[in-house]
Design a protein around this ligand. Structure first.
Ligand code: ADP
Ligand code: MG
Length: 230
């Protein structure tokens, strides 16, 4: 496992003047995506984005740790969109989240960031919603699925969701998912994913359980840690 020196990776915060390396323009992103980011008011990258996007867009597996509100959603959404073929109508990215509220927030953010591409469909699959409703949505298909581990596993077991075409797996708020007892469900979901894929793990903290999870399922991951300085 390799570790990125946070001080070397540190970029300016969004409120400070943008340094050249913290501009989204420095990333290998298509011009329509850069235009959309500008339109959304995303001028400079947050520190976690500046540290993780170059690695993730180069195809590396990533363990990224940064506090809540630091912009982790875009840090995994831009890479998963870069891996995605919009003309292939199959689930190519899966984002696992701890709760329905968080899954809904992630879905909203993905939809905003995916606006630059035509017709990318994102579907949310969480517990607490009737399975029947979700079956109808699944029948229409999606490129990206965002959901909670239990309900995703349920759909895999019913064979109402296939991950055969998946190329990006995201574990968002991995520490909270483990706290909520999702370790075994996550392990089972990962078993249903193709071995050749990019795995991006995001967490606010990095306890032993998260390290163990990463060790089991990731391929030579890069660690990016941004801790608060006092
Ligand atoms: P986290 O997942 O780390 O808690 P989010 O991804 O939810 O954080 O981002 C927090 C907020 O910051 C969101 O409203 C998001 O739209 C906004 N945001 C993220 N990145 C940028 C950026 N580079 N420039 C401006 N706003 C951003
Ligand atoms: Mg988040």
């Amino acid at each position: 496992m390799t570790r990125t020196d946070p001080s070397a990776a540190q970029a300016s915060s969004p409120s400070s003047p943008a340094s050249p390396s913290s501009s989204f323009d420095s990333l290998p992103l298509p011009p329509p995506m850069l235009a959309n980011l500008a339109q959304l008011g995303y001028v400079s990258m947050t520190p976690i984005q500046a540290a993780s996007l170059p690695l993730a867009l180069a195809g590396r597996d990533l363990i990224a740790q940064a506090k809540t509100g630091s912009g982790k959603t875009a840090a995994f959404t831009l890479p998963l969109l870069a891996n995605l073929n919009p003309r292939r109508f199959a689930v190519q990215a899966l984002v696992l989240c701890p709760t329905r509220e968080l899954a809904d927030q992630v879905t909203q953010e993905i939809r905003r960031l995916a606006r630059a591409e035509d017709n990318i469909k994102t579907l949310t699959l969480c517990g607490g919603v009737p399975i029947r409703t979700q079956l109808a949505s699944l029948a229409h298909g999606a490129h990206i699925v965002v959901g909670t581990p239990g309900r995703i596993l349920d759909h895999l077991q019913r064979e109402t969701l296939s991950l055969e075409a998946l190329n990006t797996l995201v574990l968002d708020e991995a520490d909270r998912m483990l706290d909520m007892g999702f370790a075994e469900d996550i392990a089972q979901v990962i078993k249903a994913c193709p071995k050749t894929r990019q795995t991006l793990l995001f967490s606010a903290t990095y306890p032993e359980g998260v390290a163990a999870l990463a060790g089991r399922f990731m391929r030579d991951p890069k660690e990016v840690t941004l801790t608060e300085r006092h």
